[in-house]
Structures are given as C-alpha cells and as structure tokens.
Design a protein around this ligand. Sequence first.
Ligand SMILES: O=C[C@H](O)[C@H](O)[C@H](O)COP(=O)(O)O
Length: 224
Amino acid sequence: MESLMTIDQNALKREVARAALAYVEDGRILGVGTGSTVDCFIDLLPEIREKIPACVSSSERSTKRLEALGFKVLDMNEVDEIGVYVDGADEIDPSFAMVKGGGGALTREKIVASISHRFVCIADQSKKVEVLGKFPLPVEVIPMAARAVKAKLETLGATVKLRDFVTDNGCSILDASGLSIKDARALEDEINAWPGVVTVGLFANRGADVLLLGTAEGVKTFER
Ligand SMILES: O=C[C@H](O)[C@H](O)[C@H](O)COP(=O)(O)O
C-alpha cells in the first residue's frame, strides 16, 4: 500500500515538473531549485535545451544534476537577474507563502529567488495547506549558534531537533516542530533577526507567484 502511494506521488511530481517547462523563458537565465520534484524538472530540461542559455542553481545537488545533462551553471555573483525560478516546497498556503528547506537548501533557494522575476512553485497536492506549520520549520544556523537559537525557538513553543546534516554553506539546521504560524511574514522577520541565524525556511515575504499543483485530477494552476 505504501509503495503504491509513493508511486502515485512521484507521478504527480513528474506531471507538475512537465507543466513547469511552459514557464521557462526563451533566452533568459533559469533559476533552478532543489529537491525531488525539481529533480524531475531538471531531467526534462533537455527537451527545451535551446531555450536555456544558462542556469543558476540553489544547491550542489542540483548543480551536479544540471551539469551532468550538459547545462551551463553560473555562479550567483555572475548574474544580475533571473527570469523564472522553479522550485518545490514542503508546504504552501493560500497566500503562496511557503515552508522550505526539507532538503536543506533553504538559504541558497532564498538568495536565488530574491533576484528572480517569477517564482514558479511545483508541488504535489500533499504540500497545499490552509495554515503553515505542520511540517517542521527548518532554520539554518551558524554551528556555534545552534544551542542559543534552539532555546529561542523553544520559547515560541517549538520542539526543536538538530538535523544530522551540514548545508552547502557549512552550517547546521534546526527543525522546529509544533509552531503555530499565524503571521508568517512577521515570524520570518523575527527569526531572521536572531544572532547566528543564516535564514529561516519561511518564504512569506517573497512567496511564490505561480503554483503548479499535482493532483489526482491533473495539474492545477494557481496564480496571484
Ligand atoms: O531544501 C529543499 C527545498 O526547500 C525543497 O524545495 C523542498 O524540501 C521540497 O522538496 P521535495 O520536492 O523533495 O518535496
């Protein structure tokens, strides 16, 4: 039963990945996110190779995958702007605010998204929620700040675990469960301001512009 559910979810990921190809702008640098849904997207990019002069990627994982397929991946510091950024999410709410970072790439994702004109979120139906916070909120921290930031998250009512993981930036991740996220923008600003926080995995101030949602009835498109 479990494997059947997995197969279905993967099929939904492939469908939304295919739908995102239509959003890639001809001749503009493409921003590429990270995760299993984005892996499906990357694997389809050779079909539109001639439209993509180069990419900027949000992780070493995606960079490797893109380069293996023959795509040029630019350093962020070589680029002023990006047309479309395609990335997944762990949760997305009706205002297009997201929780991201399940794969640990949240900081680079936020940086690439910040210079992108359009953020296209690709996700299967399990990611769409009314209120953010069921998925543990990732917070990337400088390693020496892990204990202090954990304590601050606990004062907000979270149960916090240090992930056994080192990010592409050489930092640590705290996963905060049980937060009641009423005002995602305010919480994003608050946590980002704590000493030692690199970034929080809330993407509310710069949320998605388009959501391509894989459902049992096909891909549904939401735009704001
Ligand atoms: O750090 C990882 C990213 O934020 C991913 O976009 C997010 O975790 C969703 O990944 P997936 O497509 O594997 O569910």
